[in-house]
Design a protein around this ligand. Structure first.
Ligand code: AMP
Ligand code: MG
Length: 368
């Protein structure tokens, strides 16, 4: 149950059953939060790196461990609506419409901040991002700590997010006090973020809750700026954190971008890139159907991918979401891959989140 690793460092690692987490481990994590320590914990989206959201010194350590720029604010995790009312100055009617239906769940709402929240957490903004995670371990830990927990994803800034306890152990190398490992996360991509301080509301980051669901519950249009699709970072970022490159493995990624239903153009662009890369060892990743067609096309041209990663069916992007970050990590781990060519998914439902992450991770985009 309890172990420690790390070069000259030690930490407590607990392996937990996500359905029936060991009470003592959760208590231990909660105590660590209360005394200003850091805990890596599972949520239904990705693993979080958490600290007491009301303790500025504890929250500052998150930035230190992640190497996160101080102008990129953290999401505050709560276990009850009462706790959300502590960190937000108000929860307007419009926010209630969403959270009553979608919490606990992978939705983060940006609201006016209460003075309780130290400015290091919100990067000096007058707003705060709040979410109630749908994971027993996360909820029980926050509840036991009795205070909101600020947590970004538990990876070094800029790298692919952790979707398993193993990723966290490797990434953090005992630079935190406690790691709660409950296996693989459910969705595999980070929460949907919607800014409710603007009218109409603005989607800041696509995630597991589709925009269409938000619009239906709100009864109003939600703006999806190009930045939320992972396109064109504007001069002045719409939301903090948007200007940074994210989710990127070491291996350069070339994203073939366009409507995957225009299969011919996608294939042509992919083949053009792959043939250019012929002298190099390249990997091919994307929707199952496209990957198979492109791979056989390439073979006929004498260009053979060193590795092929099937991310999941074209029309069930929940599978690709779940495998995305693990695959980006695998591309680095298999070794000696000079470049990876990634084929596109449709931007519907969670597919929008998949394409947002891929565009931000890509070193180059090729329009098909
Ligand atoms: P991470 O948890 O590391 O995946 O990132 C948290 C995301 O939440 C970042 O993209 C932040 O920009 C966003 N965020 C956190 N607080 C706010 C806020 N007050 N306003 C807008 N975006 C926020
Ligand atoms: Mg992150």
């Amino acid at each position: 149950m309890r172990s420690s690793t790390g070069v000259g460092r030690s930490c407590e690692i607990y392996r937990l059953d996500p359905e029936k987490p060991d009470r003592r481990a959760v208590e231990r994590a909660a105590e660590t939060i209360k005394r200003g320590g850091l805990v890596a914990f599972p949520t239904e989206t990705v693993y979080g790196l958490g600290a007491d959201a009301l303790n500025p010194r504890a929250a500052a350590r998150i930035f230190e461990v992640k190497g996160r720029p101080p102008d990129n604010p953290l999401i505050v995790h709560v276990s009850s609506l009462r706790m959300a009312r502590l960190v937000a100055a108000e929860i307007p009617e419009r926010a209630l419409k969403l959270v009553e239906k979608l919490w606990p769940g992978p939705l983060t709402v940006v609201l006016p901040k209460s003075p309780e929240v130290p400015s290091v957490v919100t990067a000096g903004l007058g707003t705060v991002a709040v979410r109630m995670p749908a994971h027993r371990v996360a909820l029980e830990m926050i509840e036991a700590a009795g205070r909101p927990v600020a947590a970004p994803s538990a990876n070094p800034s800029g790298r692919p997010s952790p979707t398993s306890g193993e990723h966290v152990v490797r990434d953090l190398d005992c630079r935190v006090d406690v790691i709660l490992d409950a296996g693989e996360t459910f969705f595999g991509v980070e929460s949907t973020i919607v800014d409710l301080t603007r009218t109409p509301p603005v989607l800041l980051r696509p995630g597991p809750i589709p925009v269409e669901v938000l619009e239906k519950l709100l009864g109003e249009r939600v703006v999806v700026p190009p930045e939320a699709r992972g396109l064109r970072a504007s001069e002045r970022p719409l939301a903090p954190g948007m200007k940074y490159r994210h989710y990127a493995p070491e291996t350069p990624l070339i994203l073939i971008d366009g409507d995957p239903r225009a299969v011919e153009r996608v294939i042509e662009a992919a083949v053009r890139e792959a043939v250019k890369a012929r002298g190099m060892r390249f990997a091919l990743a994307g929707p199952d159907e496209l990957v198979d067609t492109v791979a056989s096309m390439l073979l006929r041209r004498g260009a053979k991918p060193a590795w092929i990663f099937r991310l999941g069916p074209l029309y069930d992007t929940t599978v690709a979401a779940r495998r995305l970050f693990k695959t980006l990590r695998r591309i680095d781990e298999v070794g000696a891959v000079d470049v990876a060519i990634i084929l596109p998914f449709p931007e519907r439902g969670i597919g929008l989140a998949v394409m947002n992450r891929l565009r931000k991770a890509a070193s180059r985009r090729v329009e098909a």
